[in-house]
Design a protein around this ligand. Structure first.
Ligand code: AHR
Length: 330
C-alpha cells in the first residue's frame, strides 16, 4: 500500500513539473507586442519580378504605403525566377533586422521548408496577391484575389459575348505556369464554360506579356482563323492578341471577342476603343491591408486565414465607362 502511495505521489509531482520543463510555445507577435507600431516593422517584400501594369501598380502600392506609414521596406525583385525568390526568402530569414516577410509567390508549391524556418526564427509571414499550397498555420494570413471566381465570372461574360456568334471556339493565353493566378483562373473558367458550349481550342502561356501574347496569337492565326473569343488571363496578353488580330485583318471586339483580367488603365483605353470587350478586375493595391495585417500579427492578434480582395467587372458597352475610367488610379 505504502509503495502504491509513493508511486502515485511521484506521478503527481512529475505531472506538475513537466509543463514547466516543456519548451514554451512561440510567443504570438513581436517583442514590442502588444504595443507594436508601424515604425517597429521591417518588412522584407519578395515581389515576383516585372510582369506588366498590374505588377507595377502592386509594387507602387507597397513602396508608397510603406513611406506613408513610416515602416521600413526591403524590396526584393525575384526576376520572375522561383529559385531566386526562395533564395530571397532565406536571405530575409537570416536578416536580423527583418521581422515581417511578405511573399507574392511565383508558384504555389515549394514554400513549406522556408515557411517552417521563418516561423522558428520568429518572423511574421504574410502572403499577398497569390495563394500558395502550404499549411495555413505556417503564415499569418493571405490577402489576395479569388482567382477561381474571377475565372468563373470570365466564363459567364464570354458566354454573353458569344451569344450572337455561331462558333464558340476560344483561345486561352495563360499567365506564368505554376502560379495560382494562372491555375485558378483557368480552372474557374473551365468550370462554367460548358454552360454555353464554349470550347478552348488553343491554350498556351504568354507569361503575362504583351509581346508573347502577340507572338502566340500570331502563330495560332497562321494555323487557323476559326476563333470567336480570346480568354487572356491578363490585360497585357490581350493587348498583344489584339495587335496580332488586326495584322491578320480581323476586327478585335467584333470578329473576335476579347476578355481580359486586371482592368488596368491599358484595358480601359482599349475598352473605350471597343477592342477589349470585358475586363475582370484584379486589385493590385493590397499594401494597406497587408501592412495592417502584419501589425496585427506583430501585436499577437489572430487573423482570418484569407482576406479576399474586393473586385469588379468592367464592360466596353457600359455607358458609364468613360466616367469610371476617369476615376481609375492604376
Ligand atoms: O497575380 C496577379 C496577376 O499577376 C495579374 O493578373 C497579372 O497581370 C500579374 O502579372
Amino acid at each position: 500500500m505504502f509503495r502504491f502511495k509513493t508511486i502515485a505521489f511521484l506521478i503527481i509531482v512529475v505531472a506538475m513539473i513537466l509543463p514547466a520543463c516543456a519548451p514554451a510555445a512561440p510567443k504570438a507577435g513581436l517583442d514590442c507586442a502588444p504595443n507594436c507600431e508601424y515604425k517597429d516593422l521591417v518588412v522584407g517584400f519578395l515581389q515576383t519580378g516585372s510582369e506588366g501594369g498590374w505588377r507595377a501598380a502592386n509594387t507602387g502600392s507597397f513602396k508608397e504605403t510603406a513611406e506613408q506609414l513610416g515602416l521600413t521596406l526591403k524590396f526584393y525583385d525575384s526576376k520572375n525566377d522561383l529559385a531566386t525568390q526562395v533564395a530571397g526568402f532565406n536571405q530575409f530569414i537570416q536578416d536580423d533586422e527583418v521581422n515581417v516577410i511578405v511573399l507574392a509567390a511565383l508558384e504555389t508549391t515549394g514554400w513549406e521548408d522556408v515557411l517552417k524556418q521563418a516561423k522558428e526564427a520568429g518572423k511574421i509571414v504574410v502572403i499577398e496577391d497569390r495563394r500558395i499550397d502550404a499549411p495555413e498555420d505556417l503564415y499569418a494570413t493571405y490577402i489576395g484575389s479569388d482567382f477561381a471566381l474571377e475565372g468563373r465570372n470570365g466564363a459567364d461574360e464570354m458566354c454573353k459575348l458569344l451569344e450572337s456568334m455561331e462558333g464558340k471556339n476560344v483561345w486561352e493565353l495563360v499567365g506564368n505556369v505554376g502560379s495560382s493566378a494562372a491555375k485558378d483562373r483557368g480552372q474557374g473558367f473551365r468550370e462554367k464554360m460548358s454552360a454555353c458550349g464554349i470550347e478552348i481550342t488553343k491554350s498556351q502561356t504568354a507569361n503575362w506579356s504583351i509581346t508573347e501574347g502577340k507572338q502566340v496569337t500570331e502563330a495560332w492565326l497562321k494555323e487557323t482563323q476559326d476563333v470567336q473569343g480570346i480568354f487572356a488571363q491578363n490585360d497585357e496578353m490581350g493587348l498583344g492578341a489584339i495587335e496580332a488580330l488586326k495584322e491578320a485583318g480581323l476586327k478585335p471586339g467584333v470578329d473576335v471577342k476579347i476578355l481580359t483580367f486586371d482592368a488596368t488603365g491599358g484595358a480601359f483605353k482599349s475598352m473605350l476603343a471597343g477592342e477589349i470587350n470585358v475586363s475582370v478586375e484584379c486589385n493590385p493595391q493590397l499594401a494597406p491591408q497587408v501592412y495592417e495585417a502584419a501589425l496585427k500579427a506583430a501585436n499577437g492578434e489572430d487573423l482570418p486565414a484569407w482576406v479576399p480582395s474586393q473586385e469588379g467587372i468592367f464592360r466596353a458597352d457600359d455607358p458609364n465607362l468613360p466616367t469610371i475610367a476617369e476615376g481609375r488610379t492604376y
